[in-house]
Design a protein around this ligand. Structure first.
Ligand SMILES: [Zn+2]
Length: 174
């Protein structure tokens, strides 16, 4: 289980949980503060003593690895019973421009599910992406792209590669 704490991505300061919010752990913070706020993302971007809005929930990438991962967004569905289904948008300190989408769940204030594989109903994934878009204003998949079948998508990317410069992230393009 990764240990999550607050860290300033500008000055490196690592304040305690209770000096930043009212909760003692990431799972409690999500259950008691973030989810009830309607996933208010400003709760994830806190002011540091260095006067920058740079405190982020942060953990080590792996045990023994100095690389750290910080959380930019957490958006979720639920509670469904006691379960929250979430997208975490994170970045590694070595390259903050690259964003990672991590699908996670938790039950109540237990962090147990945060490191487990998450399997979603297709409709849940769609709702989760919709909620992410509503809360962050950031579109992951536009409607035509979601609705497009493989054939159409293949044609589109073929047209795109001939008409425009290659997209940076299009690893699956020929
Ligand atoms: Zn700071």
């Amino acid at each position: 289980m990764a240990r999550y704490g607050w860290q300033c991505i500008a000055c490196g300061e690592r304040p305690t949980w209770l000096s930043v919010c009212r909760s003692r752990s990431v799972a409690a913070f999500i259950w008691d503060e973030l989810m009830p706020s309607g996933w208010d993302q400003t709760l994830l971007h806190r002011m540091c003593t260095c006067k920058r809005n740079s405190l982020r929930i942060t953990s080590k990438l792996k045990r023994g690895d100095p690389e750290r991962v910080s959380v930019e967004h957490i958006v979720g569905l639920g509670p469904d019973g006691d379960q929250l289904t979430m997208i975490w948008e994170t970045f590694r300190h070595a390259d903050p421009r690259v964003r990672w989408m991590d699908f996670k769940y938790q039950k109540g204030r237990s962090p147990w599910g945060l490191n487990k594989r998450l399997v979603l109903e297709k409709s849940q994934l769609s709702r989760l992406l919709g909620e992410y878009q509503r809360v962050t204003g950031d579109v992951i998949a536009s409607k035509p792209a979601l609705a497009a079948g493989k054939v159409v998508q293949g044609r589109r990317s073929a047209a795109r590669t001939s008409a425009k410069p290659r997209r940076k992230v299009s690893r699956s393009d020929p």
